[in-house]
Design a protein around this ligand. Structure first.
Ligand SMILES: *[C@@H]1O[C@H](CO)[C@@H](O)[C@H](O)[C@H]1NC(C)=O
Ligand SMILES: *[C@@H]1O[C@H](CO)[C@@H](O)[C@H](O)[C@H]1NC(C)=O
Ligand SMILES: *[C@@H]1O[C@H](CO)[C@@H](O)[C@H](O)[C@H]1NC(C)=O
Ligand SMILES: *[C@@H]1O[C@H](CO)[C@@H](O)[C@H](O)[C@H]1NC(C)=O
Ligand SMILES: *[C@@H]1O[C@H](CO)[C@@H](O)[C@H](O)[C@H]1NC(C)=O
Ligand SMILES: *[C@@H]1O[C@H](CO)[C@@H](O)[C@H](O)[C@H]1NC(C)=O
Ligand SMILES: *[C@@H]1O[C@H](CO)[C@@H](O)[C@H](O)[C@H]1NC(C)=O
Ligand SMILES: *[C@@H]1O[C@H](CO)[C@@H](O)[C@H](O)[C@H]1NC(C)=O
Ligand SMILES: *[C@@H]1O[C@H](CO)[C@@H](O)[C@H](O)[C@H]1NC(C)=O
Length: 417
């Protein structure tokens, strides 16, 4: 009896029972059908995580594969969260450690708009996974007092969206546990890629898909529109209501579609019966460039759009003066090698039909990894519809980048009475 107990104890300490396990294993151990040994199941992870490797035969992932995504290697295991590997192990990668958030008074609001460039793998491979896995940590670590985000082009959900490690999982872990769904519609095959995430509870939400869009353009296949969240920021028992919009307007010309869509936004907010004493902030990719003074069509429609929304573009308080800039963004340099034109097309706007801020400003941010990371690049080659590792022999072209999207996000800071 004692020998049996010692045997189990030693086996338990070794985590592997060295015998034929087809008759069963101890609780929390599983039988590996390939070597007939019992293996202790992995302990649950303390942070959101993902297992890399696919049983039975693709189990050659290592620590460096976690680093590809800016994640922390945690452990190796022949089974991980699924079937046993025939040989080799899977690896578990954790999100970066938690961050202490900072809180500003309830009459201040910091709202970020970010087009994260996460188109479907069926369309393109341009580092969507490597880039989007890094975004939330970068944003919150560098700006721990952000109140809410408006994301665009989150078409798949970000990071390992098919494996339970999405942008929303990461947002929740870092304290942004309130978010809307991604806008979608029955009449468009693709979702609109737009959603809002907030540190503060969402009391009400809705969304609206634009009826004005350019027929036969890429955008006509996606449910582009406006997502709405009414959030309540409470600090030291003082509660302040913020009505947030998140949008992505038509891309390309003619620019009349963009101003028509702004008209729809104004009508949408007009329909919500929002009191004039509450703030409305709209963040998004407007595809209308404010850095032009000679393109009459685009400038005219930008002005029209601001008139519909009753918004003034807040001043730029940062060192950067463009939200897409091929001269500084290494991803854009690779994708559009001969372009140099800078654009400022992403905005966070207060609508002064509602509560007027006493201070408002915008700052362009530049999320990037401290070291370049490799991605498999295959733009518009309609390849396979699943992720390809840069070290996969199937990958035709590997490039190294550091920027996390083709756009830079804009941080809007607002102070109210
Ligand atoms: C394990 O036991 C099963 C039946 O109990 C037997 O069929 C199988 O051959 C054994 N495997 C090994 C490796 O001993
Ligand atoms: C098995 O693991 C779960 C989760 O770690 C734990 O709650 C449970 O107590 C374990 N059971 C045994 C018998 O060790
Ligand atoms: C595991 O075994 C399979 C089949 O024998 C082989 O193709 C594969 O390369 C092996 N994988 C590793 C990680 O050794
Ligand atoms: C994701 O999580 C859900 C619920 O926790 C689970 O049912 C599902 O199997 C998981 N999916 C994957 C791919 O791990
Ligand atoms: C709004 O919230 C409800 C649940 O409260 C949810 O069912 C709905 O999908 C949400 N809509 C959006 C656009 O997020
Ligand atoms: C606003 O409400 C009117 C009347 O109900 C409706 O016809 C219209 O479609 C709504 N517009 C938007 C943009 O929600
Ligand atoms: C507008 O100005 C930009 C730079 O300021 C210049 O590159 C471009 O050629 C001008 N376009 C027209 C139509 O004049
Ligand atoms: C943007 O800033 C750069 C560097 O500060 C400057 O060279 C450039 O002229 C600015 N461009 C515009 C359109 O203001
Ligand atoms: C960029 O310009 C170079 C030199 O003019 C040319 O050889 C190359 O084909 C161009 N690349 C693209 C993608 O247009």
């Amino acid at each position: 009896m004692a020998r049996v107990l010692i045997y189990f104890l030693i086996s338990y300490l070794l985590n592997v029972v060295d015998s034929n396990c087809s008759e069963g294993c101890l609780p929390n151990f599983s039988c590996n059908p390939y070597d007939n040994k019992c293996y202790e199941n992995p302990t649950p992870s303390t942070r959101p995580s993902v297992w890399l490797g696919e049983a039975p035969d693709k189990c050659d992932r290592t620590e460096k594969h976690c680093e590809l995504f800016g994640l922390n290697y945690d452990s190796s295991h022949p089974k991980g969260d699924g079937e046993f590997c025939r040989n080799g192990t899977k690896v578990r990668c954790l999100v970066q450690e938690n961050i202490d958030l900072e809180t500003t008074p309830s009459n201040e609001f910091r709202y970020v708009t970010y087009n994260i460039f996460e188109r479907d793998f069926a369309i393109t491979y341009d580092g969507q996974r490597e880039r989007s896995c890094r975004i939330i940590y970068w944003m919150i670590r560098n700006h721990p007092n952000i109140d809410a985000f408006s994301f665009q082009e989150t078409f798949m959900g970000g990071c390992f969206s098919d494996d339970n490690l999405t942008l929303r999982d990461m947002l929740t872990y870092y304290g942004f546990e309130y978010y809307t769904q991604t806008i979608e519609s029955d009449s468009q095959p693709s979702n609109g890629g737009i959603f809002i995430a907030s540190r503060w509870p969402i009391a009400f939400n809705s969304s609206y898909v634009y009826t004005n869009y350019k027929p036969d353009s890429w955008d006509s296949f996606a449910a582009k529109g406006i997502v709405y969240a009414k959030v309540i920021k409470t600090v030291n028992q003082k509660a302040e209501i913020y009505h947030l919009g998140g949008t992505h307007l038509q891309s390309g010309k003619p620019k009349t579609y963009q101003s028509q869509q702004c008209k729809e936004i104004a009508e949408f907010f007009g329909n919500l019966s929002i009191p004039e004493t509450e703030a409305v902030l709209i963040g998004g990719d407007f595809n209308l460039n404010q850095l032009l003074s000679n393109d009459t069509e685009e400038t005219e429609n930008l002005i029209k759009c601001m008139e519909y929304l009753n918004a003034n573009i807040p001043v730029n308080t940062g060192p950067l003066n463009a939200t897409t800039d091929p001269t500084t963004n290494d991803l854009l340099q690779i994708l559009k090698p001969n372009k140099t034109k800078k654009n400022w097309i992403d905005y966070v706007l207060p609508s002064i039909s509602f509560k007027k801020p006493i201070e408002s400003s915008q700052t362009v941010l530049q999320p990037k990894a401290s070291e370049k990371f490799p991605i498999c690049l295959c733009e518009r080659c309609i390849p396979l519809d699943d992720y390809i590792y840069p070290d996969d022999p199937e990958c035709g072209r590997v490039v190294k980048i550091s920027h996390l999207a083709d756009h830079y996000p804009v941080l809007g800071k607002f102070v109210f009475q």
